[in-house]
Design a protein around this ligand. Sequence first.
Ligand code: NAP
Length: 311
Amino acid sequence: MHELLQIGTFPIPAQKLIDSEFRCHNRRDLEGDEVLRNRVRGIITRSNFAVPQDVIASLPHLGIIAVCGVGYDLVALEAATRRGAIVTHTPAVLNSAVAELCVGMLLSLLRRLPEADRFVRAGSWRHGAFALTSNLAGKRIGIVGLGRIGKEIAHRLESFGVALSYFGRTDQNLRWRFEPDLHALARGSDVLILAAPGGRETARMIDAAVLSELGPNGFLVNVARGSLIDEAALLDALSSRAIAGAALDVFDNEPDINPRFLALENVVLMPHIGSATDETRLAMARLTLDNLHCFFATGTTLTPIDAATSV
Ligand code: NAP
């Protein structure tokens, strides 16, 4: 059985699968055990755990870092390249789950569904009707990052009768309108949806200026990474109603999110659950393990990260 360093925890069914196919060690097992460090040729982790430079450097025969998740912004890629290690991830198998959550968050935000549920539970209904909310139909939706997940979101939203535009580094010549200027996209949208990768290039791209372009009737939905948003600017914009509201699945400093979010009425807060369904998490674990098996058998992998677009 090949030996791996496991960083982070997996849901129980996924962990059972991993343990039936590989022998996993944690960081503490490896400390001070040079023989073991020499035997470990792979790391298995999830995309919300960091794989730092010093860990990569401590494994002389490391050949693969298998990330369970599509984002790999927490992997020290330069150190991995220096070590000659391939980094793999699990694209595509989670598209539906993340797109479904995004649509659910958007509807929750516009129709204020969590608040409406609380209203009924608190017995407030007998004192008067719930406030009127906003339609999704007819809204102008701007998607920032129209990749695998962004396209699945767009396909699903089309059936709601919205007008779709997208921003990215390239015009993909699709039936949706490409907008090369993020500020113009924000200005021309009722809702901005973030689905671009985290990392240096996209860090804090949604800042006070973009939020001000989105305006007091504008909504923001983030299923990408917290790092895309200047969180202090967002909190200010939400508190002052410079934007109408936000639905967020990802944050800076998860799970210890900024407590200012908790006091706001105009937010829908999710605990980073984009891919968190039984079916999807098992499919992600399976692909992660298949990448590892493929590497140990052939030296190649099924879904390596695209180094050309690495963050
Ligand atoms: P993808 O297929 O690589 O799509 C990313 C899109 O972002 C591409 O269309 C790309 O278009 C655009 N992009 C890249 N760099 C950009 C930049 N600097 N500025 C503007 N746009 C840029 O990735 P995916 O599979 O759809 O996943 C997207 C992200 O979702 C992941 O990286 C991950 O962080 C996040 N995610 C979150 C969850 C969750 O639980 N909430 C789950 C899975 C994934 P161009 O190349 O044309 O710029």
